[in-house]
Design a protein around this ligand. Structure first.
Ligand SMILES: [Zn+2]
Length: 230
């Protein structure tokens, strides 16, 4: 089983997962210099990064991507429903803020903006849940976990570790998120994706924002919000 390195790049967590044939990087973040520094410290060469999994197209996950691509020969992995947003740098759908407090924050920030990303012919476009990374020494599967954006994906490793992008957050506590994303295209779909992750056997959740947390915490949050709806 590969090991996991968490890289804090501003407000975004990036993760490096060591596979048999090299590293998989989860998201590129928005601060290229920070990633560059981390790799130097870890003594990992750019050429050792074989795959970059893009959980979704938002700026805090992809702004540094073009610079990262200039340094690696890595294959991008992303969902088909993110393709046009990645290519054009414009988000096709509106984001719904979780609550009034988030609404205010959104007015002050630009985190939902995007920027065009260079896509290569060899890049891997995910259409459905897939085991494809297993062939490259990454023991896990890619799950389509929509809600934050339509094409959000997660990587679930065989040991139960899940890298979920922004479909769950463990951050901005004052805003009352309780594991929910700050903004989403569709919150119903977010909760469905939580159910999907739980029934797929997730044990530990590695979000892009905030500390990792256990699946039981996600389960409690899910119960809370499904009760609310009932
Ligand atoms: Zn994010």
């Amino acid at each position: 089983m590969g090991f996991i390195i968490r890289i804090k790049s501003g407000i975004t967590n990036l993760y490096l997962i060591k596979g048999e044939d090299g590293y998989l990087l989860i998201d590129a973040g928005y601060k290229f210099k920070i990633l560059e520094k981390w790799l130097k410290t870890l003594n990992i060469g750019w050429d050792e990064i074989k795959f970059i999994l893009i959980t979704h197209h938002h700026l805090d996950h992809v702004l540094a991507l073009n610079s990262v691509r200039e340094h690696t020969n890595a294959t991008l992995v992303f969902h088909r429903k993110e393709l046009s947003a990645l290519k054009t740098g414009s988000s096709p759908r509106k984001l719904i803020p979780l609550n009034f407090r988030v609404c205010l924050l959104m007015l002050l920030s630009s985190f939902s903006k995007t920027k065009p990303v260079n896509i290569d012919e060899k890049d891997f476009i995910v259409n459905k849940d897939t085991d494809v990374l297993r062939d490259f020494g990454i023991p896990g599967k890619i799950l389509h976990t929509p809600g934050h954006t339509q094409g959000s994906i997660s990587l679930l490793l065989d040991d139960g570790s899940a890298f979920v992008g922004d479909v769950a957050m463990n951050y901005f506590r004052l805003l009352g998120l309780k594991k929910r994303p700050l903004v989403a295209e569709n919150y119903e779909a977010v909760f469905k994706s939580w159910e999907k992750l739980l029934s797929a056997g997730v044990k530990r959740i590695f979000p892009s924002h905030g500390e990792p947390f256990s699946a039981s915490e996600l389960e409690i949050a899910l119960q809370l919000f499904s009760k609310k709806e009932a």
